[in-house]
Ligand binder design. Structure first.
Ligand code: ADP
Ligand code: MG
Length: 636
């Protein structure tokens, strides 16, 4: 059997420079390399008739050279032109600055060309296509994998390296699934699955390979979760919170009535808290559905029963926001909440830790800083983690280990259909808040094309003049931070100097330090910034009630669930709010997706539609996959 932990530098064609680039992509071992799955494929396998092509389509054309390559000088460029013919239809092909092409094509021979067809006044053209010499199929004639990439490494290079990696291991990877499962579910064996997920010979190869890999991933996931759940069930006894502490006492003091959904969920939580079985509950609800207040009320019950509470938030700004809300509701009951984030002084941190350890602090709200060893609770009884997808199962376990089987609530604002939630959170019971508070206003959503840009900008400017603020979300670029950065800074420069030169425009991106991000977010929150441009890093739960416009560039590149998440950042205040989806495609599917966004604000409905339109793949997308790859064993 091969050693999949072998360092990637020993793979053929990987020199010292490429090792660095590969490491940047998180590819360190042979295993990482062969499980660096394509993000997409191009079907360069089946040629299309030229006369059937439409403008802008990327296709494979099989055509005969009817001229030699001619050299044309155009300003500084040297162009090389070849005319070929597919049946009766001529196609003009142009390359730039590649003189070696002159001697490659032979008159009367047939070649494969893969590229984008442009039709100009009835004439077919192609620029810099990929091609194969007669009889070869190196670059065409098959399905080609496209990988998520970083700067400095080309598709051809990574494809070659992965091919070498696979050649080393093929037929020698140890099977991970038992034979009866392979038989029963008619699964491809692991060696073929790995080979064909990269280099499928046809579509059915790809589908079977992917099925096998997804099957394995989900099976592993389920087994791991079942094991966790079994542990909870049979081995551990949890806390029985005091039945005489009535959550209804505090509900009556709130300035609003809870929704039916909130009350139902609270009942579920209350029941769990009073039982001796440790609670492990996913609290799911759309942004703004009022999860936080539910966690506040549960915290009340815990504290009044004599326990401490830990609230774990993904960012400092969210933690501070929670602190405000907790104090507002609980201070008057003599409940002491404090904030622990990494930016507070050492002295203050020390003091907090002491007061926590001797029980003076009832509720500690914070970020990862709370996970450190020396943060010790006197009597931790309830743990709430916010925005679960940011924290792994491990972190949840870590914070929980600071108490003696405390109850755990995991809050998530990503609405996903119940069936899918059951798979993703198999270790948790699920409570869903499927109703928004009645005062919530719908965010008016519009999908617009490029031609309306100027009017849109005027609209944004007018709102800012009236005192509002605006978010602009940048197009999504590959899974690549450097390109992301470029797209953010370019857009920011453009808007700063052109349409919005009168206003205070700032930007945020994934490469900034958390502290820098928090600073900008805080400025935005305080109204010192009019327009905030960012990649998708704007924090999900951040509350800026004065921001009432969300513009999303290239909305067609986002999934519906993600668009809905982004949109949730507006509509949090008293002002009428807008979400503007800019898109550039004429495809029917894109239009349909945009229409769903315009028609409804219901996150669950949207996620169901998303699932229908795209399949579950995106829910189990790269992020999920990456995690399981790092934490679990082979191939799950
Ligand atoms: P989530 O955490 O689910 O995104 P929040 O708990 O932050 O939502 O609630 C958003 C806002 O709505 C908060 O200002 C909260 O006080 C308020 N709120 C919560 N529940 C209700 C309710 N039943 N009626 C009116 N307002 C509510
Ligand atoms: Mg309990």
């Amino acid at each position: 059997m091969v050693d999949l932990n072998k360092k990637v530098q020993y793979v053929k064609n990987v020199g010292p420079n490429r090792v660095k680039l590969l490491n940047k992509l998180n590819i360190n071992t042979l295993y990482d390399l062969i499980t660096y799955f394509p993000r997409n494929y191009e079907d360069r396998g089946v040629a299309k008739r030229l006369s059937d092509c439409i403008d802008g389509e990327e296709v494979l054309i099989k055509a005969k050279a009817i001229t030699k390559v001619t050299e044309i000088f155009a300003r500084k460029l040297k162009m090389y032109r070849l005319i070929v013919r597919d049946g009766e239809t001529p196609l003009t092909i142009t390359w730039f600055n590649q003189s070696y092409l002159k001697n490659i094509f032979k008159l009367g021979h047939t070649y494969n060309f893969y590229g984008k067809i442009e039709i100009k006044s009835g004439k077919y053209e192609m620029k810099s296509p990929i091609f194969d010499e007669s009889g070869e199929n190196k670059n065409t004639g098959k399905i080609i994998p496209i990988y998520p990439l970083t700067y400095g490494i080309s598709q051809n290079t990574i494809r070659k390296i992965i091919e070498n990696g696979i050649n080393e291991v093929y037929e020698n990877i140890e099977e991970t699934l038992p034979e009866y499962i392979l038989d029963k579910y008619k699964l491809m064996n692991i060696n073929d699955a790995i080979k064909k997920i990269h280099f499928p010979e046809n579509k059915s190869d790809f589908i079977r390979a992917r099925y096998r890999l997804v099957f394995e991933e989900l099976l592993g996931f389920q087994l791991a979760l079942l094991r966790l759940r079994e542990n909870y069930k049979y081995e551990e006894k949890g806390i029985e919170f005091n039945k005489d502490v009535k959550i209804s006492d505090i509900i009556n003091t709130l300035p609003f009535n809870l929704t039916k959904a909130q009350l139902r969920v609270l009942e579920e939580i209350d029941r769990d808290m009073e039982s001796s079985k440790p609670m492990n509950r996913l609290l799911q609800g759309d942004v703004g559905s009022g999860k936080t207040i539910v966690s506040i009320l549960a915290s009340y019950k815990a504290v009044k029963s004599g326990y401490q509470v830990a609230i774990l938030a993904p960012t400092a700004i969210l933690a501070s926001q929670h602190l405000e809300n907790f104090q507002k509701t609980l201070d008057s009951f003599g409940i002491k909440s404090e904030l622990l984030i990494s930016s507070i002084t050492k002295k203050k941190k020390q003091e907090l830790k002491e007061r926590l350890a001797n029980g003076e602090i009832d509720i500690l709200i914070g970020t990862h800083a709370m996970l450190e060893e020396d943060v010790i609770f006197k009597n931790l009884g309830l743990v709430v983690t916010d925005e679960q997808h940011r924290f792994g199962v491990k972190q949840r376990a870590k914070i929980a280990s600071k108490g003696n089987n405390p109850d755990v609530i995991v809050m998530s604002a990503t609405p996903i259909p119940r069936t899918l939630a059951l798979i993703l959170y198999g270790d948790l019971d699920i409570s869903i808040i499927d109703e928004l508070p009645p005062n919530r206003k719908k965010v008016d959503t519009f999908a617009v094309g490029k031609e309306l840009e100027e009017r849109l900008n005027n609209f944004v400017a007018k709102q800012i003049d009236e005192g509002r603020q605006c978010y602009i979300v940048c197009p999504l670029v590959e899974e690549n931070e450097e390109l992301d950065l470029k797209s953010v800074t370019e857009l920011a420069e453009k808007l700063k100097t052109e349409a919005f030169s009168k206003y205070k425009v700032e930007y945020l991106h994934g490469k900034m330090k958390p502290k820098e991000k928090d600073e900008i977010m805080l400025k935005f929150k305080n109204g010192e910034i009019d327009i905030l441009i960012s990649t998708t890093v704007i924090e999900v739960g951040v509350d800026v009630p004065n921001a009432n416009i969300m513009v999303i560039e290239n909305a067609e590149r986002f999934g519906l669930a993600q668009l809905h998440q982004l949109r949730g950042r507006v509509g949090r205040g008293e002002y009428k709010s807008y979400c503007i989806l800019k898109y550039m495609s004429r495809s029917k599917e894109v239009k349909e997706r945009m229409q769903i966004m315009c028609a409804t604000n219901d996150g669950f409905l949207i996620s169901e539609k998303d699932l229908e339109l795209r399949g579950s793949g995106d829910f189990f997308g790269t992020a999920q996959h990456r995690n399981s790859r790092n934490e679990n064993s082979k191939f799950i």
